[in-house]
Design a binder for this molecule. Structure first.
Ligand code: GLN
Length: 547
């Protein structure tokens, strides 16, 4: 039976609860325990799949095809445990399940209420798979006191009450603001936040205090006394140069020890932190830097491409170089020459995206990379754009385009080299979709296998010909044009096992030009950089030596 750690936040949002949870997960693993991390989000969307990346950041996709919060990406990157559909839940999903049951008559005519029906639904969710791991870490999104978060707080309170004593603990993240004028760290917001938590029946066992300044002993004792936690359980969280220093930093500050103490686990197993020491060494001891352009649409919010940014960092770690990422808005050169915007970069990455806006610019970026011999990695939409570019500019199909843009515009304008996929095979079953289907959860989602061509660039990069990667898209490159494109040198070097769906394309006579229909960034880890990103950055290093 798992021990539960509930992680909440107070004072302000964006304190790094997700990172703290992920780092704690990795520290418990370093002590020999198995862990699973979960995110409970109070918003009413059923999942983040339909939320704008501008607003909510990237949608993280799991192997089993769930569209989840980007914090699940942190969890995976720090613990290596593949997240599941049942590791992310929102109020929307909880309510829709409660309402479904109500319509079905499952509640036998009872009045449906937040307590107990909604809270019970949350508790059932929390208990899924509790026998599988030593520790279950559950992060509650938002800040204590938010109206929509209340059912979650009530549910975790009840959950810990239902369990035997000592099986659940509460960890609360707060902020200690620094007043420069008086040179003081202020503890009052933390005290208020804990009071708020206590008023709903939750007494935190551990306080993680974000602070820009070292926390003096006096302040630490004051927080401990007024918030009713042990002094050793007041853990400092200082700003870090890299998020990958977090496990070592939290260990130094005693977080994992405080957690084991709170569960009265004694003697505590010794931690093995070699993985994180190596990660830190690779971040701090680099030799040179490369400049990579991410040519996308959602460039105002870096979180929109969170996993790509992290995977590039991992690629840098694999090569011991720093990767400087520049965000380039594709729309800027939709109708002009891209050269002034792209010259000087050692590699170009075109990420995933939806809708036609900015795609002409992305097509130009692919052309620029192909003609100049600059390493190019096209991900999902970035692969589709590379294929359209090849069809238009190399294979003489001036009108090549994607059906996605015609659907959006409501008129037929292009010869679709990328078409809307309506039926495909997943494992041993066939999945079917129609054009007018709901937007939520109706894409080709989750892990699919691909077979790579022996002797191809990608087979060399992956060091094998059988791979499995995560997908999230509606449209596919049409095999109808395969022969025509391959004749020109654009090889379809990765296909779905049934040979129907192109998964990877690569230019034969180019130093490094690869487009993939899936999202390799979702599986990259600091301690196991994804081979595509590691090799892409290696190619960028080579380019940097040429100029
Ligand atoms: N919009 C494209 C599709 O649905 C690409 C999706 C993506 O890049 N994730 O196929």
């Amino acid at each position: 039976m798992a021990r539960f750690i509930f992680i909440t936040g107070g004072v302000v949002s964006s304190l790094g609860k997700g990172l703290a949870s992920a780092a704690l997960g990795s520290l418990l693993q370093a002590r020999g325990y198995s862990v699973r991390l979960r995110k409970l989000d109070p918003y009413l969307n059923v999942d983040p799949g339909t939320m704008s990346p501008f607003e909510h950041g990237e949608v993280f996709v799991t192997d089993d095809g769930a569209e989840t919060d980007l914090d699940l990406g942190h969890y995976e990157r720090f613990t290596g445990v593949p997240a599941r559909n049942t590791d992310s839940v929102s109020s929307g999903r909880i309510y829709s399940s409660v309402l479904e049951k109500e319509r079905r008559g499952d509640y036998l005519g009872k009045t449906i209420q937040v307590v107990p029906h909604v809270t019970n639904e949350i508790k059932e969710f929390l208990a899924i798979g509790e026998d599988e791991v030593d520790f279950m870490l559950c992060e509650i999104g938002g800040t204590v006191g938010d109206i929509e978060g209340l059912p979650f707080f009530e549910a975790i309170r009840q959950f810990s009450h239902d369990k035997p004593r000592g099986q659940c603990i509460f960890m609360h993240l707060t902020l200690l603001p620094y007043l420069a004028a008086s040179g003081e760290l202020k503890t009052k917001p933390t005290q208020h936040s804990v009071k708020e938590l206590q008023s709903i029946g939750i007494a935190p066992d551990i306080l993680v205090c974000r602070s820009e300044q070292p926390i003096p002993e006096k302040e630490r004792s004051k927080i401990a006394l007024f918030c009713n936690v042990r002094k050793e359980a007041v853990v400092a969280a200082y700003d870090l140069k890299s998020i990958y220093e977090a496990p070592l930093a939290y260990h130094r500050e005693g977080l994992d020890q405080a957690v084991l103490d709170a569960f009265a686990i004694s003697p505590a197993p010794k931690p093995d932190l070699r993985v994180w020491e190596d990660v830190a060494d690779r971040i701090h001891n680099t030799d040179g830097a490369v400049n990579v352009a991410i040519v996308g649409k959602y460039t105002q919010l870096e979180d929109a491409y969170k996993s790509i940014k992290e995977a590039l960092t991992h690629g840098g770690m694999a090569n011991r170089v720093k990767v400087n990422v520049s965000w380039v808005d594709a729309e800027v050169f939709d109708t002009t020459d891209p050269a002034p915007h792209l010259e000087g970069f050692h590699a170009i990455l075109v990420p995933g995206g939806f809708g036609e806006r900015g795609t002409e610019g992305k097509i130009k970026a692919a052309q620029f990379a192909r003609e100049r011999g600059i390493p190019y990695l096209g991900i999902c939409l970035g692969m589709q754009m590379a294929v359209i570019e090849a069809a238009r500019n190399v294979a003489g199909m001036a009108n090549a385009g994607s059906e996605e843009f015609d659907h959006e515009a409501g008129e037929k304008r292009f010869t679709p080299v990328v078409y809307h996929l309506k039926e495909w095979v997943q494992g041993n079953k066939t999945v079917a979709r129609k054009v007018g289907d709901d937007k939520g959860g109706t894409m080709r989602l989750g892990a699919y296998s691909a077979t790579l061509t022996e002797g191809s660039k990608v087979a060399q990069v992956y060091e094998g010909t059988a791979i499995e990667e995560r997908h999230r898209h509606r449209y596919e490159v049409d095999t109808k044009y395969r022969a025509k494109l391959e004749e020109q040198g654009l090889l379809f070097s990765g296909m779905s096992p049934d040979g129907r769906l192109p998964e990877i394309v690569e230019w034969k006579d180019h130093p490094w030009f690869i487009g993939v229909q899936f999202h390799p960034e979702l599986k990259s880890k600091p301690f196991a950089p994804h081979p595509l990103f590691a090799d892409f950055v290696r190619a960028a290093v080579e380019t940097s030596r040429l100029v």
